[in-house]
Design a protein around this ligand. Structure first.
Ligand SMILES: Cc1cc2nc3c(=O)[nH]c(=O)nc-3n(C[C@H](O)[C@H](O)[C@H](O)COP(=O)(O)O)c2cc1C
Length: 168
C-alpha cells in the first residue's frame, strides 16, 4: 500500500512529529506537515479555493491508497489544524465531486498523541464515521504518548503492530 501520513500538530518538531517519524520509518509512508500548509477554515463561499487544500487533496487521491491522520490530543479532540482539513473535505462534496469520489475505497487510519496513555472514549469517532461517510475503509487507530522526548517501548510496540496492518 502506498501511504501518506498527514501530521496535524501545531508544532513541526513536537511529540506527534516524533511518532509520525517512527511510523514513517516503519512503513516508508510519506509525510505531509499540515502546519506548513496554508489551509483555511471551511468557507460557504469557497473564498479560500486558491489555498493549499485542493492541490494537496488532489495529489493525495491520485497518488496514495492509504491516508493516516496523525493528530495531537488538544482538549479531548483532534487539533484545530486537523479539523480544518476535515472541514475542507466538504469543498469536495460541493465543488469538486470527482476528487471526492476518488476517496472511495481508500484506507484511513488514525494516530493520536497525548500526554499519557489515557484517551477518552469517543476520540476516534469523527475519523471512523467520516471514513464511513466517504466510502473509505477504516483500518483502525492507535493512541500514543511521548514522555521526556522519548517513545516508550510500549508505544513502539503499538506502532509496530499498527504498521503491520498498513504495509500488508
Ligand atoms: C492546546 C493543548 C491542549 C491539550 N489537551 C490535552 C488533552 O485534552 N488531553 C491530553 O491527554 N493531552 C492534552 N494536551 C497535551 C498534548 O496532547 C501532548 O503534549 C501531545 O503530546 C502534544 O503533541 P505535539 O507536541 O505534537 O503538540 C494538550 C496540549 C495542548 C498544547
Amino acid at each position: 500500500m502506498k501511504g501518506i501520513i498527514l501530521q496535524g500538530s501545531s508544532r513541526s518538531d513536537g511529540n506527534t512529529a516524533k511518532i509520525v517519524k517512527y511510523l514513517s520509518d516503519k512503513t516508508s509512508f510519506d509525510i505531509v506537515d499540515l502546519s506548513k500548509k496554508d489551509i483555511g477554515h471551511f468557507d460557504y463561499e469557497f473564498r479560500n479555493r486558491d489555498d493549499d487544500f485542493l492541490p494537496l487533496i488532489r495529489e493525495i487521491v491520485s497518488d496514495y491508497d492509504t491516508i493516516i491522520f496523525a493528530t495531537p490530543v488538544y482538549w479531548y479532540s483532534m487539533s484545530g489544524i486537523m479539523k480544518d482539513f476535515f472541514d475542507r473535505i466538504t469543498d469536495l462534496l460541493r465543488t469538486e465531486k470527482e476528487t471526492g469520489r476518488m476517496l472511495r475505497g481508500k484506507n484511513m487510519g488514525m494516530i493520536s498523541c497525548g500526554s499519557d496513555s489515557l484517551l477518552q472514549e469517543g476520540f476516534s469517532m469523527p475519523f471512523y464515521e467520516s471514513a464511513n461517510y466517504l466510502g473509505m475503509i477504516y483500518l483502525g487507530d492507535v493512541h500514543t504518548w511521548v514522555i521526556n522526548d522519548e517513545i516508550s517501548s510500549e508505544v513502539k510496540q503499538k506502532l509496530d503492530d499498527f504498521s503491520k496492518k498498513l504495509v500488508r
